[in-house]
Design a protein around this ligand. Structure first.
Ligand SMILES: [Zn+2]
Length: 706
């Protein structure tokens, strides 16, 4: 579920001339000079261990068969991971089972009943030379769609966002009781938000299709000749409202351990009540051709040679959808390398294992990288190099449904995690191309950029950071919106397994990938051949990710003082506050009297002062006593936790972080409390939310000794 990052990443790297440094190696943040020597030695050995050949082999095995969450194959892969991790020397290796709502399709039919009769194929074509595309990939569907049998006139509603329906209403087109046909992207918006919007507007059903302008032939060559989606490709996916609460919809906020209390499905806020089905453009085109009515705005026109008329009708479509509501078992695989000195402090590394079909890029590229990392760090351990802190490996399940197993595991072990977790580093898809993108909380910017500085880009003498900087400089001219000058994007939304760690538990997170042109997301063509021939021939970006991920993990695990710098966090907070306040003054005019944001600005100033003092103390603690280091490390860990509010954000109590939340589209909602109060034009709520936000920032400042 990682395509969001591709659209959100607006990164432009600092030009760190790593290649010019031939003299003393640059310092490592968080390490004394003496410790840095030991760390460099461990890293130098570690960097030799990743293996393209073994990643290829593991990737082939991971993608050999469809492995939907809940399937026997996905369980087999969990057991395989467990056994390999044990063999490689990982400790405390075990499988955690959760029992969760995991709807599977029984019967899905889409037919046009007028002006002529026609049945959508809902099938993807086999491709010559790629035998896996001839295997049974199961029925294409949207998980958490309602079941039912509805018939209605079709309206074409562009991207299916609220403004699209507003335009239709302005044309006098009544959409109630009708079937919406909408495009997947442009701009990217989570499919669950399209379903929610259609549900709210009173439609009877929704069809979401992949237009060739978004991920098909209008972008370039299609598979098997290129990376883009061929005419029959279908983007499966979940449509739950997990922007309200992720994880098993029947246990919102508590763990789905065997025997757990469950709410009735009718009370589950994250389960849609509308019927939704994904289509290829080959199927969608037949319906689009049968539409009359006004021609839609040019922005709604995709890559098909037809006028994209709005309807309604005369095309009428019948949707028959039968999806079970079964509770199924899912498996989280956990393994550890216990810390030698601080075993109760944990650095957590995770990737999801379950896929819609073969999961070539999403997620098996990341799963193969996770295996490479476990093998490499396991080897280091067997050679006698044990980290100071514990490193935890996690293979999540049912991410594709509703970030399920990471959420359930996070809820189950919330108390331990609050005490122990240093940071969580997520890699969903590791490689669909060569472009490094990363998102993180601002305190970890330096960790990410130093690791990118110290890992070489495949095929280059330069570092990942340098190559990323050059690429972004080139792209910046072409992209008017590429205005971020940073290697790391500090605007975190949702769409992968870091959500429970950041938004619910207040644990600092990093999310990374290597991206490229990729038009086969969640289709049968996202498989081993696509990855090995197109996305990452030679699997060199897979192992580059092993190296980046491992260097970050080792530095977090071995640092004398945790490599967290809250000064950039203070800078970002100031930017965010100004930005959100600007929306309020734009809407209301400057007005008289104090801004509701005044307490926020004051708190940010406290936080900036505290961050600066903490940075100074951290630097002197490098040469100080173990007790001094333990004290500052505790503060650095707890500061992010302090940004949580136990009541959550309005209407979404599960989402506790006061700086970050996902919008309903999964795009980042910065300062969600005030931002959503402004959207609701509610001055009283804005004042309350600004005070709540200021209190959280003050708490974090207090933790940092401010
Ligand atoms: Zn994924």
């Amino acid at each position: 579920m990682s395509s969001i990052r591709r659209s959100l990443a607006t990164t432009l790297a600092l030009a760190l001339a790593a290649t010019a440094v031939h003299t003393a190696p640059p310092a490592i943040f968080g390490f004394s000079d003496a410790s840095a020597v030991t760390e460099r030695r461990a890293e130098a050995r570690f960097l030799q261990l990743p293996s393209e050949a073994r990643v290829r082999e593991d990737h082939r095995f991971l993608t050999a068969e469809p492995h939907l969450a809940g399937s026997p194959r996905n369980r087999l892969l969990a057991e395989w991971q467990r056994d390999r991790w044990q063999a490689w020397g990982l400790e405390d290796v075990h499988i955690v089972t959760h029992e969760v709502l995991l709807p599977w399709p029984q019967d899905i039919r889409v037919e046009m009943v007028s002006p002529r009769t026609w049945h959508a194929s809902l099938k993807e074509d086999a491709v010559a030379g790629d035998p896996s595309t001839a295997l049974d990939a199961g029925q294409t569907y949207h998980a958490f769609s309602a079941s039912g049998d509805v018939t209605g006139e079709v309206v074409y509603a562009g991207s299916g966002n609220p403004d699209n329906y507003d335009w239709l209403a302005a044309q006098g087109i009544d959409v109630r009781g009708k079937i919406a046909l909408v495009r997947y992207s442009v701009p990217y918006s989570y499919r669950g938000f399209k379903a929610l919007t259609a549900q709210q507007r009173g439609l009877a059903g929704i069809l979401i299709y992949s237009d060739p302008a978004d991920d098909g032939f209008k972008r370039g060559k299609t598979y098997p000749d290129g990376p883009w989606g061929p005419e029959s490709h279908i983007q499966r996916g979940g449509i739950p409202f997990d922007f309200l609460v992720p994880g098993d919809p029947l246990t919102p906020g508590w763990a789905s351990v065997p025997g757990a209390r469950r709410i009735p499905i009718s009370e589950a806020v994250s389960v849609p009540k509308i019927i939704s089905v994904p289509l290829s453009y080959r199927d969608a085109r037949v319906i689009l051709e049968a539409l009359e009515g006004p021609e839609t705005p040019s922005a709604w026109h995709g890559g098909l040679d037809l006028p994209y008329r709005a309807g309604a009708g005369p095309a009428r479509v019948r949707l028959r959808v039968s999806i079970d509501s079964q509770i199924r078992e899912i498996q989280t695989v956990i393994g550890r390398i216990r810390g030698g000195e601080l075993p109760d402090e944990e650095v957590i590394l995770g990737n999801h294992r379950d896929a819609w079909v073969f999961g070539g890029v999403d997620p098996s590229s990341g799963s193969a990288t996770l295996m490479d990392l476990a093998r490499s760090l396991g080897t280091l351990l067997r050679e006698g190099t044990r980290p100071k802190r514990t490193i935890v490996f996690a293979s999540w399940d049912a991410e594709e449904f509703t970030l399920t197993s990471s959420t359930e595991w996070g809820e189950q072990f919330a108390d331990d995690l609050r005490r122990r977790a240093v940071a969580y580093i997520n890699v969903d898809s590791s490689a669909s191309g060569p472009n490094f993108t990363s998102s993180a909380v601002p305190s970890l910017n330096r960790l990410v950029s130093e690791a990118a500085r110290d890992v070489r880009a495949p095929g280059h003498r330069a570092s990942i950071a340098t190559v990323a900087a050059e690429r972004k400089t080139r792209e910046a001219g072409a992209l008017p919106n590429a205005n971020s000058a940073e290697l790391v994007n500090n605007r975190l939304g949702s769409g992968s397994d870091y959500t429970v760690f950041l938004n619910h538990l207040g644990i600092p997170v990093v999310d990374m990938s290597f991206d490229g042109p990729y038009g086969v997301y969640h289709s049968v063509y996202d498989n081993h051949q696509w990855v090995s021939r197109i996305g990452d021939p030679g699997f060199r970006y897979h192992t580059a990710m092993t190296r980046l991920w491992g260097v970050m993990a080792l530095r977090l695990a071995n640092a004398d003082v945790l490599p967290f710098d809250y000064r950039p966090y203070a800078e970002r907070l100031a930017t965010f506050a100004k930005e959100v306040e600007g929306r309020w003054t734009d809407a209301k005019g400057a007005g008289s009297g104090p801004s509701p944001f005044a307490p926020v600005h004051t708190a940010i100033q406290h936080f900036a002062d505290a961050a600066a003092r903490a940075h100074t103390r951290a630097a002197s603690a490098l040469a100080g006593s173990a007790a001094e280091r333990a004290a500052i490390n505790r503060e650095l860990m707890d500061a992010e936790r302090a940004l949580l509010d136990s009541d959550g954000i309005p209407g979404r109590p599960w989402y506790r972080h006061q700086i970050y939340a996902p919008k309903f589209t999964y795009a980042p909602e910065i300062l969600p409390g005030p931002a959503e109060a402004i959207e609701a034009s509610d001055a009283a709520r804005l004042a309350t939310e600004c005070r709540r936000l200021a209190a959280a920032i003050d708490r974090a400042a207090g933790v940092l000794g401010g």
